[in-house]
Structure formats: structure tokens, C-alpha cells
Design a protein around this ligand. Structure first.
Ligand code: GLP
Length: 257
């Protein structure tokens, strides 16, 4: 995988937006992520759109995940969040912004339908990802099947605690979620994972330098032929090989894949 280290969160957002804008210019299918980390990237994409440098008119989007039980109108549903933070501010066709149905009578059926919708569409070209402090991606908690499809998962206490800042009370955080599986994610053509801040340093070290294990779901990026990890100095601070990654990027050296 390529690991790009930037001095701060703004640098991470600019680098990620550059990559995503290139895909959008080709009308690609974008896998979008929620959470606070990609917000700067979305703001930069909105800026590029307003400057006339990119259009999303030919793109389709698939979200990574959704809380079970939250209606699309709920402020913390990912259906609402992605529109509020990004797609409603650019020329994305709203009917082409897809997410798992958190209000389906049977969430397992909704999971299968979402998996099938991605397949029927022809897959995702580039998948944006954040990372949880416990190494989760989308809502694949440690223990998720390494090659699993979109499914229903139960959040770990750490993730509920991390995400409770978005809700009035910790007990308001839904316990169940619908999430693209690690197999779904790995079928995307290009994985683009972002992390900022010291709180993500352990997870980034585990993702890049630990074993490939379901105990760190993000470590599946190690087996993907095209993965780009963009981190700030703080998130990179526990990488033993960070000087090597800087050297490779500065000198435009080829990587193994
Ligand atoms: C949630 C999302 C993940 C996201 C993670 C980290 O659990 N389902 O997709 O990566 O939060 O969020 P943040 O970027 O706010 O740290």
C-alpha cells in the first residue's frame, strides 16, 4: 500500500480530494464514508466544484454503512449526513446516492439487497474510508469475516463511546448497524483510507505494520492491490517505517505492487 504523510489534516484533505476529483471527472462510482475525518475532504471537493474544477453529474455514490433504526431524515443517519456534508452542495444526482436501508423491516434482507445493488451497478471504483480507534472500517468491528458481504453488525462499546459525541446521550447511539463487509470493501478498485490525530496512531500502526487479522479489520488493506493511506504526522507517529514512506513519496519511487 502507499502511505502518504502530510503535516496536518488540511494536507490530508487536499491530497484525498485530488484523488477523488480525478475519479469524479471520469464519472466514476465513488464509495463515500461518514465520520468526522472525511469532512475536510468533502469541503475541499465542494470548493473544487464551486471553482468549476470538478463535476459529480456523471458519478454514482454508495455509502459504507448506516445505523439500523434511524430514518433517512434523522440528523445522525448517514443518509442525511452525507447529503448535509457533501452531496447536496455539489451537482450529485440525489437519486444516485445510495445507502443501506436502516429502516427496513428485515435488516438482513436490506443488507443482501445493498450488496446486490453494488454488484448490479458494476462495483465501486474508489472507496473512501476512515478508521475507528479499534481498527474498524465502515462498521466492521474486530471479528468481522475477512471476506464478508454487507451485513448487520453489533457495535462494540468502544465504538459506541467514540460515536456518542454525535448524539444527545450515549444510550441514543444505535447498537445495530448495516455495513458493507470487508469482502465488499475489498472488491472496490482503489481503497483510500484517511486518518488524522494521535488518537488514530495505534490503529494506523496496526493497519500498516501489524498482522493481517480480523482483530484489526483495516489490516485487509494489506491484501488489496491498490490501497492508499493518507495520514497526518500525528496519526503516522507510531509507524516504524514512516521515514521510508516519506522517502518513497519524495523520490517518486515504485512500490512493490
Ligand atoms: C464510524 C464510521 C466509520 C468511521 C469511524 C471513524 O464508526 N462508521 O466509517 O471511519 O466512525 O470516525 P471518525 O472519522 O469520526 O473518527
Amino acid at each position: 500500500m502507499d502511505i502518504l504523510i502530510r503535516s496536518d489534516a488540511e494536507g490530508v484533505a487536499a491530497a484525498a480530494a485530488d484523488i477523488l476529483a480525478d475519479y469524479a471527472r471520469r464519472g466514476a462510482t465513488l464509495g463515500l464514508a461518514t465520520g468526522s475525518t472525511p469532512l475536510g475532504t468533502y469541503q475541499e471537493l465542494i470548493r473544487l466544484y464551486e471553482a468549476g474544477e470538478v463535476s459529480f453529474a456523471d458519478s454514482t455514490a454508495f455509502l459504507l454503512d448506516e445505523y439500523v433504526g434511524l430514518t433517512p431524515e434523522h440528523e445522525q443517519s448517514y443518509h442525511h449526513t452525507i447529503r448535509h456534508e457533501f452531496t447536496a452542495h455539489v451537482d450529485f444526482d440525489d437519486s444516485r446516492v445510495h445507502s443501506p436501508d436502516g429502516t427496513a423491516a428485515d435488516p438482513w434482507v436490506a443488507a443482501q439487497e445493498y450488496e446486490q445493488a453494488i454488484i448490479d451497478h458494476g462495483g465501486i471504483d474508489v472507496q473512501l474510508l476512515g478508521i475507528g480507534t479499534n481498527g474498524h472500517i465502515a462498521f466492521n468491528e474486530p471479528g468481522a469475516a475477512l471476506n464478508g458481504p454487507t451485513h448487520v453488525d453489533t457495535l462494540q462499546p468502544q465504538t459506541i463511546a467514540d460515536n456518542s459525541r454525535f448524539f444527545d446521550r450515549p444510550e441514543d447511539v444505535p447498537i445495530h448497524v448495516l455495513t458493507q463487509g470487508l469482502g465488499t470493501i475489498q472488491r472496490a478498485g482503489h481503497l483510500l483510507l484517511l486518518a488524522t490525530g494521535e488518537g488514530k496512531a495505534d490503529a494506523i500502526a496496526a493497519l500498516a505494520e501489524g498482522p493481517l487479522t480480523t482483530m484489526c479489520p483495516a489490516s485487509v488493506l494489506q491484501s488489496h492491490p491498490r490501497a492508499t493511506v493518507i495520514v497526518d504526522e500525528a496519526a503516522a507517529s507510531k509507524l516504524h517505517h514512516r521515514d521510508y514512506h516519506r522517502f518513497v513519496e519524495e523520490n517518486k519511487l515504485p512500490r512493490k505492487n
